[in-house]
Design a protein around this ligand. Structure first.
Ligand code: SAH
Length: 356
């Protein structure tokens, strides 16, 4: 335990650990060291963000996908998935109701759906940018060429979410079909940063075959990339995928990884994810108490909610956007935090002012 606490202190003071140190810090954790970690994580969370929680309105605009990731419920081989695409009008309607509810960031997320050509996407981005000049627009559309990312950026998208999923090449191959590679995924992230997007990456906790060494590699990659956001959540099996019989990730390890991320990069935007709320009724609250500072409720029309089923038992699939906002408002209040009406941009300058 002594060594683990020392490693947490070293991480806090230097922001870097070796791979061996990361492995030890992850393997040798226990309840006491986790409590110590969460205290340090809340110290930095409070220093940078006070008790303010940022919200992003998630619009799941298509569940068509050309990819076949072994863990994902909307993979192309899942013939049971009922496929949908929102129209431009429906998407703008989601933004409009979201704006009224206090959202100032919209996240367009979907499968890799060729029906939405570059032209259609550019038009959509321009339309949202024009109507909501005061809002941030985040895209989460998977892997694209650098040129495509750059055009979308210049059309008005300011942020992009693309989880690296796992930084270990071999582990990545065990989660994806041969045509996908970890290296290509990481290359996309470097492109996004070069273009100027506020960039989010992330990984699943407890995905099949994941070891502490893999998690150590994830932390080293994130330190190197220095993204603005990191989204992590437990792997949750989906009944129509090859991983239907695999064990899911745990709340305990997910919270621990959130705490480590907050202490490593104190200004990070860290969502308490829907997957975490799915495996524990108080998962998102616990995520905030472990150092997270963002929640991403759903703005998609209720008619399609159930269809964007990446994993089993996903929560909030029956609720209207307003209900989700109110529910989260109350949940955050219960633990002494508040949802704010703010774009919630990444502000690295706080780090330079306050970091000791
Ligand atoms: N097509 C986009 C959006 C992917 S869905 C892209 O490629 O980025 C968003 C995230 O959901 C994925 O990055 C993955 O980490 C997560 N996800 C998918 N299936 C999951 C599962 N079974 N359990 C937990 N998270 C899952």
């Amino acid at each position: 335990m002594y060594q683990t606490i020392q490693l947490i202190d070293k991480l806090e003071h230097t922001s870097r650990l070796t791979k061996e140190e990361w492995i030890a810090l992850i393997e040798d954790r226990n309840d006491k060291t986790a409590q110590y970690l969460f205290e340090r994580a809340r110290y930095w969370q409070h220093k940078y963000f006070a008790k303010r929680i940022y919200t992003r309105g998630l619009i799941e605009f298509t569940n068509y996908c050309k990819n076949d990731c072994y863990y994902c419920g909307i993979r192309r081989s899942n013939r049971q998935a009922s496929r949908y695409r929102l129209t431009r009008e429906q998407i703008l309607e989601c933004c409009s109701s979201g704006y009224g509810l206090g959202f100032r960031t919209f996240v367009l997320q979907g499968g890799e759906d060729g029906w939405f050509t570059q032209e259609k996407l550019l038009e959509l981005v321009r339309a949202i940018r024009k109507e909501y000049p005061d809002c941030a627009l985040t895209l989460s559309l998977g892997e694209r060429s650098k040129e495509s990312y750059a055009e979308l950026f210049h059309a008005g998208a300011d942020r992009y979410l693309l989880r690296h999923e796992t930084a270990d090449d071999q582990h990545y191959r065990s989660l994806h079909p041969p045509e996908l590679s970890a290296e290509r995924r990481r290359q996309c992230l470097w492109h996004l940063k070069e273009i100027g997007y506020q960039t989010g990456t992330g990984f699943m906790v407890g995905s099949p075959g994941q070891t502490p060494e893999h998690l150590a590699e994830d932390m080293l990659f994130i330190r190197e990339l220095e993204p603005h956001m990191v989204g992590i959540g437990p792997f949750v099996p989906h009944h129509e995928t090859p991983f239907f019989q695999e064990t899911g990730g745990t709340v305990e390890l997910t919270l621990y990884m959130i705490g480590l991320l907050r202490v490593m990069l104190p200004a990070l935007l860290l969502p308490a994810t829907t997957a975490l709320g799915t495996i524990d009724p108080l998962g998102r609250e616990k995520g905030i108490q472990a150092g997270a500072n963002v929640v991403m409720p759903n703005l998609s029309p209720t008619s399609v909610r159930k269809k964007y089923e990446l994993y089993d038992n996903k929560i909030c699939t029956g609720d209207e956007a307003a209900e989700c906002r109110n529910c989260l408002n109350q949940r955050m209040k219960n633990i002494g935090y508040e949802l704010v009406i703010d774009r919630g941009d990444y502000r690295s300058q706080i780090k330079e002012e306050n970091h000791v």
